[in-house]
Write a protein that binds this ligand. Sequence first.
Ligand code: SAH
Length: 477
Amino acid sequence: MIKRVILKHGEEQRILAGHPWVFDNEIEQVLVQKMQGFVEAEPEPGEIVDVEYSRQGKPAYLGRGFANPRSKIAVRIYSSSKEGVDKGFFKHRIREALERRRVAGFRPERESARLVFAEADRLPGLIVDCYTGWDAGVLQAAAGKAPRASAGENSDPAGALRFEEAETLLGPPASWLSIQFLSYGMDMRRDMVLQALDETLKFQGGIAGIIEKSAPVRELEGLPLQDALIRGTFPAAGIIVFENGYPFRVDLLSGQKTGTYLDQRDNHRLTSERARLSAKSTPKNHGEPETGLHAETEKQAFRILDLFSYHGAFAIHALRGAGEGAEALAVDSSAEALETARLNARLNGLEAQLETRGGDVFDVLKSLEKDKEKFDMIILDPPAFAKTKSALEGAIRGYKEINLKALRLLKPGGILVTCSCSQALDEFRFREIIASAAADSGRRLRLMDFRYQAQDHPILLGYGESLYLKCGIFRAD
Ligand code: SAH
């Protein structure tokens, strides 16, 4: 018999508004039917339960979910009807998730994308990222032998690897899945999930491997941390995927950080476009009136500063947009990340244009200011400073400081691309921080774009936790 989780009076409001979680302190009682009638019971971890509340003294139905008495999130609702969970259920939900991506313009058989975003796709605790590309070793060897396009033939930098070229050399790309089981109920049903994925994802190049990734939240569910290749293989040299048409190396297995930040795809593209427009209009001799003979001679490079660069995705997109003669400095505390950033620059024909600097961004900002360095575009994409609501005040000081310091390095007319992936920091508060950094630095900022995560990480209204990434693009006077 399916157990009934009855909520305390008033606790149904958030769930009626679309939120999928029941917290442990919101439960009045759990009942199960026995011969003698309903008696109190405790659900097992991962067990399916029905969630109800009392409306004018009568039981009213809210939905069905996975219970976990070990977690503060006592029930994760996956359906508002009395739907069972079998392979067919997962196939149906995965198809719905794929359809959502297709409608938003994603083509996972050609470009990497998040296929399932947990609660936001009504699959609580399940994350499936699909990386589509080619074995990096094989592709680089094949491309090395093939005649390469020269800069004159198209707008790409000389030596930049192109998707079509890879496809001609090696055939359609394959896909690798990076999968996370972050709730007890989902972890318990992993075999069903894997079978459903296998029967639903029919990409031309096939699924070459599945990698399971852990996350600290598994411990809150009472699950062990584990990372493993659970199906197929993964190339030792990693894979090369294309984002917005630009090549990037991805390693799904090694290191503490893997994959790429798929959620920034659209913000990367927009940054590229802003760099293109901005570099085009940058006066050749900055600040000086263009007069006489010397006007054309002193062309200044369009300078990009990518802070918290990871694999250099923002820097590379900005360089590709800005075109010939632009230069970028990518800063990250991880030497491994910067090594991949340099490799990515090479794949994009930008080796001579990207410089990397290892170190703490807070220190690097100070030293750049001391050296009176100035930039035309600065990108700030820090890790989540506020992982919890209680860490918010400290995080706000951190965001303020980096934005203020970055603004001091920005040339007149420069562009600031500034992000926050702290879910606990809402977008209004984030804009306030930037406004206050602007005021303190004596700069006037105008908003050009304000964006969120890409739509393969859907934002489900009523479930605030699904909106976490904010990205503002501003132009300074
Ligand atoms: N901009 C990247 C994603 C950045 S993720 C993209 O678009 O793909 C955040 C990065 O910040 C990580 O690579 C991490 O190594 C780095 N990092 C974290 N704290 C740092 C610090 N204090 N100084 C420099 N880098 C830091």
